[in-house]
Structure formats: structure tokens, C-alpha cells
Design a protein around this ligand. Structure first.
Ligand code: KG4
Ligand code: ZN
Length: 334
């Protein structure tokens, strides 16, 4: 069988994800284990607990995915793993396991950049973009606007100077007592909110440039919360106004990036790209400028093994492989 098959392993944060990408068939098997229950009682990811749990799950999920795909080690052309950025201990589990697995199976090892995984995830859909395009990457750790000229040819146009968009969602949700992970919970509460009661700022939109700053919004939320009547409706209205401010700010910067580069396609990826209000806003924007927005399916917006298998496949085609030295890069510019 000549169709290239890549095993992908994601362990950069609090999900263990494993998948197989087949050049002809696409994703043929995948497994995802979320550590949410482990971290929930601490209100955030505890790095040491994350590493320890990845160790328990990675080989197990790999075995599961290989048998679900009906494959044996001879069928696999390369093992791709998230090499960074992320939590060092968590990354070391996937890098060490992935590199060693490739060594024992006698196939290629491919170190993948986590954000390139997110960026390429929409390529796994029927309705996919073509190079070049603008990518808005919005996750728990990053907020970036990227000019994607070609596979591997990326120019960062702007990024957050403090909190990432997902981080702002999570921190604001925590302040509001919504639990962990806060992003989706805050988004759900915002559905009950009424427009116009509160008005949050749109940080850094009053000056040129494509950088973001989201840390002020959580402070604004804390102050608004302190001064409100404490009712359920007030909380929902704060959630609404917060989300509206984040979405609006992201839209303003996307419009600018598209105008500056003349691109007509926008890829939106990373955990926050699952946000329905953001998708609605960006779809409107793209139809106004006669362009088109592309997203991963919701399950591939947040961390998963499929995007790492696919990004690994792309790097495999470019002939970019790892040496026998095991590397993990907690900070790694794309
Ligand atoms: O990409 P991801 O799974 O992990 C990182 O690479 O960081 O993103 C997780 C982030 C979290 O901050 C989470 O709260 C946020 O994505 N998130 C959302 C939604 N779903 C996930 N934020 C807002 N609305 C959502 N529906
Ligand atoms: Zn991620």
C-alpha cells in the first residue's frame, strides 16, 4: 500500500490525543482523552499532574488507535508528535514516547509545532482553504494573526502582548465563579445575556497595528461584577458584554489583516474557534468582503491528535525529520 500513513501524538497540555492520517483516506482512527476531571478541582491545569497522566494514557491510546485502524507497525511511515510549545513535562512525554516509538518501529520521527497543527486543522475538512490565506489562531496559550503564504511559510502579523483570547475567557470565567474550563461555560452563560446593558472596551483597536491585549478585559469584568446587583441576569449580561468585546476586537483586527494583505480567505483555529458567536461574526465579515472563512470541525478546534498527524504528514512530504536526539521546546516561535 503506497498511501502514506502518519501516527500523530498530542500531549502539550491537558489532552492526550492520538490519531492516524492516511494520505488517501484522511483520518482513519483517533482517540482523545481529556484530563478535565483531574484539573477541575484546582481551577486550572496543574503541570505535574498533566505529565503524570499523559504517561498513563499515551501508549494505551496508541494501541487503541492502531487496532481501530487495523494497522500494524509496518504500515506506519512516520510518528509525529507535538514538540512544542506547551508545558515542558507534558511535551516530554509525547516527544520521548513518539521518538522512541519511531526508533523501535524503524520509521521517521516528525516533531510538530502545536500551532501549525491548529493552523492546518481546517485542511482536514471537505470545505478547505487554499494557500495563501490569513489565519487567526485563538487558543488558551496563543492569539495570533498569521499570513500563511504557503505550507511552512508563515509571517506573524500580530499577536497578544499579554493574555491569549482563551486565557481571557478562562480567567474571566473564574472571576465569575463559572468553573473550569471557563471558555465554553462563559459562552453558554452569554447566550442568556442581553445586549447593551454593559459596554466593555475593545483593547488596542484605536491605534494601528495587529497586536492584541486581552488582560484588561478580565479586570473590567471584575470591576463590573463588583458594581452589579449580583443577579443571575446581571451575570449573564456581563458574560455577553465580555464575549461581544472579544469577538468584536478579533473581527476588527481580522478585517485589518485582510485589507493589509489583500487575502480573501480566513482560517480560524484553536480552542476559541469553537465559539459560535465568533464564527457568526467572522462569517458576516467574510461575506461582506466577498471572502470566505474556514474552520475545523468543532472537535478539532481544541487540542487533538488528528491535527498533529496531519501537520506531521505535511512535514513528512517536505522531508523534514528528527534526529535521534529527543527534543521538547516549551517556547518555540512558529
Ligand atoms: O487549543 P486549545 O484546546 O488549547 C491550547 O492550545 O491552548 O484551546 C483551549 C482554549 C481554552 O482557553 C478554552 O476555554 C477555549 O479554548 N475555548 C473556548 C471555547 N471552547 C474552548 N473559548 C470560548 N468559547 C468556546 N466555545
Ligand atoms: Zn492548542
Amino acid at each position: 500500500n503506497m498511501s502514506t500513513k502518519i501516527l500523530g501524538i498530542e500531549t502539550s497540555c491537558d489532552e492526550t490525543g492520538v490519531a492516524v492520517f492516511d494520505e488517501q483516506e484522511g483520518i482513519i482512527a483517533q482517540a482523545l482523552y481529556s484530563q478535565i476531571d483531574i484539573h477541575a478541582e484546582y481551577g486550572g491545569v496543574v503541570p505535574e499532574l498533566a505529565s503524570r497522566d499523559h504517561i498513563r494514557k499515551t501508549a494505551l491510546l496508541t494501541e487503541q488507535v492502531m487496532s481501530e485502524a487495523g494497522l500494524t507497525k509496518q504500515d506506519i511511515d512516520g510518528v509525529a508528535f507535538t514538540q512544542g510549545p506547551g508545558l515542558i513535562g507534558a511535551l516530554l512525554v509525547g516527544s520521548t514516547f513518539g521518538r522512541s516509538l519511531a526508533y523501535s518501529w524503524g520509521c521517521k520521527a516528525i516533531g510538530v509545532h502545536h500551532m501549525e497543527g491548529h493552523l492546518l486543522a481546517p485542511m482536514l475538512e471537505q470545505n478547505k482553504p487554499e494557500f495563501p490565506f490569513i489565519a487567526l489562531l485563538v487558543s488558551g496559550g496563543h492569539t495570533q494573526l498569521v499570513d500563511v503564504k504557503d505550507l511552512g511559510d508563515y509571517e506573524i502579523l500580530g499577536e497578544s502582548i499579554d493574555d491569549a483570547a482563551g486565557e481571557a475567557f478562562d480567567k474571566t470565567a473564574k472571576i465569575m465563579g463559572l468553573g473550569y474550563p471557563g471558555g465554553p461555560m462563559l459562552a453558554r452563560l452569554a447566550e442568556q445575556g442581553v445586549a447593551g446593558r454593559y459596554k466593555f472596551p475593545r483593547p488596542m483597536t484605536d491605534r494601528p497595528g495587529l497586536d492584541f491585549s486581552f488582560s484588561g478585559l478580565k479586570t473590567f469584568a471584575a470591576n463590573t461584577l463588583r458594581d452589579c446587583d449580583g443577579s443571575e441576569q446581571a451575570l449573564a449580561d456581563i458574560a455577553y458584554a465580555f464575549q461581544e468585546a472579544v469577538v468584536d476586537t478579533l473581527m476588527i483586527k481580522c478585517r485589518r489583516a485582510l485589507k493589509q494583505t489583500g487575502r480573501k480567505q480566513l482560517v480560524v483555529a484553536g480552542g476559541v474557534s469553537a465559539n459560535v458567536s465568533l464564527r457568526n461574526g467572522l462569517n458576516d465579515l467574510m461575506s461582506k468582503v466577498n471572502g470566505k472563512a474556514f474552520y475545523p470541525r468543532p472537535e478539532f478546534c481544541t487540542d487533538n491528535g488528528a491535527m498533529i498527524a496531519y501537520a506531521g504528514f505535511c512535514r513528512y512530504k517536505l522531508g523534514q525529520f528528527e534526529s535521534l536526539a529527543i527534543k521538547a521546546k516549551p517556547r518555540w516561535p512558529m
